[in-house]
Design a protein around this ligand. Structure first.
Ligand code: NG1
Ligand code: ZN
Length: 533
């Protein structure tokens, strides 16, 4: 490791003195103009992680649903997963080191993680479409990552524009020795589209014509990638793209985060009553569905209802095949109480709750033969153990009749999911396939259960770290007395549930409340927010 060369090169990407940023729930995220040094240093870190694991590591430049002037970066581990927690700490140390401390911090990571410096390193990069006038854009910031990779002698492949889940997929493919798929955009499009067309072929046989769906792409990378992919699956689904980035700003009044948090349609979407519409977020790793009814009322179908549709379908298929596999659903505390009850009592699947952030859900989901995980905001996927995948694919060839048909459906569903990360394009195709196969309208899907009225609030406090939680963030441990106050407030309302936690992506505290009426949910949230001060 030529530390002298690193230090020299680092001066080109000098860290503003005193600037401390933390590797949060989804990597580093802040105003794009404060990120150049972070990018260079994440290039360095990706090389060390690659040398340590002997695998390809991914670096994604994106700030997902944040405003356009922000940017961010996260590292992707060998199986397409989020970076391991101990390396998140290294990322924070490296990002916070003043120039003169850089050699010492790098050497400490090498020693602590027993990095073999003689090992070769390979890093792949992807980036979203962020371009900000007079400011570092995703493209420029990617160059700084490359600078960090090359100064440590790492090799790289820059995929350029990709959705976040596409980069996760590329990393997984490259490290699975071709088992998972071809590590190209073409390979991704072909794998998913082939599975989708196989699934929807069965539907056309029963007389249903080509389906269509309206997609709000948040003026982000999702629009480009969906346009690129649409011809591959056009015989099964036609997509009408809105907010494709040609007329509006990224995530501005549109996208999955806006629709979920504001509970209203995005700007620019033309909705006819009963039409299926969906929104991606800025880097296309989240999706929510919605429609408006004949009276013009807006109905949101969030990640919880997506998880319900998927897990009931998987359960039905297993029943038809005659396989009793261990299936589990993973949610966070933000999951609507009605969804948890429906999953447990009607679908009869075990439901688990983890801390917020997909890495927690993903790891829990890996414990099952089939693990379905979704955050209420629409980030999620399904994971199938390798043994299950092999077994189902064998049964798909061996079994005949209805059992064989169900096994082939499941085999294609497995291929249609992006098992490396939650993926708006892949999830959309899974949902469209399930709705088509089951002959469900969007209203019928929505009617599976009724969401409990709920309210989310953000409050700014002097130091959000004074709030710590336990029980998957559902109980406050500190400050003293806060949990007692929240518990007392909940007693005032019916079907009430409320919790607070410090955000991992913004300098705020989040409050969630649900109850049997919107008025109750609103006042409970408000009262809890007062208890936080
Ligand atoms: P924080 O800011 O830690 O609540 C938010 C979302 C997460 C996750 C991350 C990363 C909520 C309540 N929180 O985390 O679910 O998506 O951003 O993007 O939606
Ligand atoms: Zn995102």
């Amino acid at each position: 490791m030529d530390l002298e060369a690193v230090c020299k090169r680092s001066l080109v990407h000098a860290k503003p003195q005193g600037l401390i940023l933390q590797y949060g729930t989804a990597g580093f995220r802040t105003d794009a103009q404060h990120l150049d040094h972070i990018m260079f240093r994440m290039g360095l870190l990706a090389v060390l992680r690659s040398k340590q694991t002997g695998s390809t590591i991914g670096v994604m430049v994106t700030a997902s649903h944040n405003p356009e002037e922000d940017n961010g970066v996260k590292l992707v581990d060998p199986l397409g997963e989020m970076l391991a927690p101990s390396w998140e700490e290294h990322a924070t140390c490296l990002a916070s080191a003043e120039e003169q401390d850089l050699p010492r911090v790098l050497a400490a990571i090498v020693e602590k993680e027993a990095v073999d410096l003689l090992q070769t390193a390979f890093v792949v990069l992807g980036r979203d479409t962020r371009v900000t006038a007079f400011r570092p854009s995703s493209e420029k910031l990617s160059q700084s990552v490359i600078d960090g990779v090359t100064v440590l002698g790492g090799q790289f492949h820059d995929y350029g524009l990709l959705t976040t889940p596409q980069l996760h997929y590329m990393v997984y493919c490259r490290n699975s020795g071709g088992r998972y798929g071809l590590a190209t955009v073409e390979g991704y499009c072909q794998k998913l589209s082939k599975a989708f067309i196989e699934l929807t072929k069965q539907v056309s046989c029963s007389g249903d014509g080509t389906r269509s769906v309206k997609v709000d792409c948040a003026n982000g990378i999702g629009a480009l990638k969906l346009k690129e992919m649409a011809p591959y699956f056009s015989q099964g689904l036609s997509v009408q793209i809105f907010n494709d980035g040609t007329g509006g700003r990224l995530n501005h009044l549109c996208g999955a985060d806006f629709v979920k948090s504001q509970q209203k349609p995005p700007r620019g979407m033309e909705m006819e009553p009963g039409e299926r519409c969906c929104s991606f977020d800025g880097d296309a790793d989240r999706i929510v569905y919605y429609y408006c009814d004949a009276a013009g009322h807006f109905h949101l179908i969030d990640g919880d209802k997506i998880a319900t549709l998927i897990s009931s379908f998987l359960k039905e298929l297993l029943l038809e095949i005659g396989e009793s596999l261990n299936i589990g659903v993973v949610q966070t505390a933000y999951a609507n109480g009605s969804s948890t009850r429906y999953l447990e009592e009607v679908v009869k699947v075990p439901v688990y709750c983890t801390k917020t952030g997909v890495k927690h859900l993903h790891h829990k989901a890996q414990e099952f033969d089939i693990g379905v995980y979704f955050e209420a905001n629409g980030h999620g996927t399904a994971l199938f153990s390798e043994a299950v995948e092999v077994k189902i694919k064998r049964l798909a060839q061996e079994l005949e009749g209805e059992k064989g048909k169900a096994a082939r459906t499941l085999a294609n569903i497995i291929d249609l999911f992006n098992q490396a990360a939650g993926d708006a394009i892949s999830d959309m195709l899974v949902i469209e396939a399930i709705l088509a196969l089951k002959g469900l309208t969007v209203q019928q899907w929505d009617a599976l259960y009724v969401d409990l009225p709920n309210r989310q609030l953000k409050v700014k406090v002097v130091d959000r770290r004074v709030i710590s939680t336990t029980d998957a963030e559902r109980q406050a441990v500190t400050p003293p007395g806060l949990q007692e106050a929240i518990s007392d407030l909940m007693k005032k309302y019916k079907l009430a549930r409320a919790f607070v936690r410090p955000s991992g992506t913004e300098d705020i505290v989040r409050i969630y409340a649900e109850a049997n009426s919107q008025e109750s949910a609103d006042s409970l949230a408000c009262e809890v927010s007062l208890a936080v001060f």
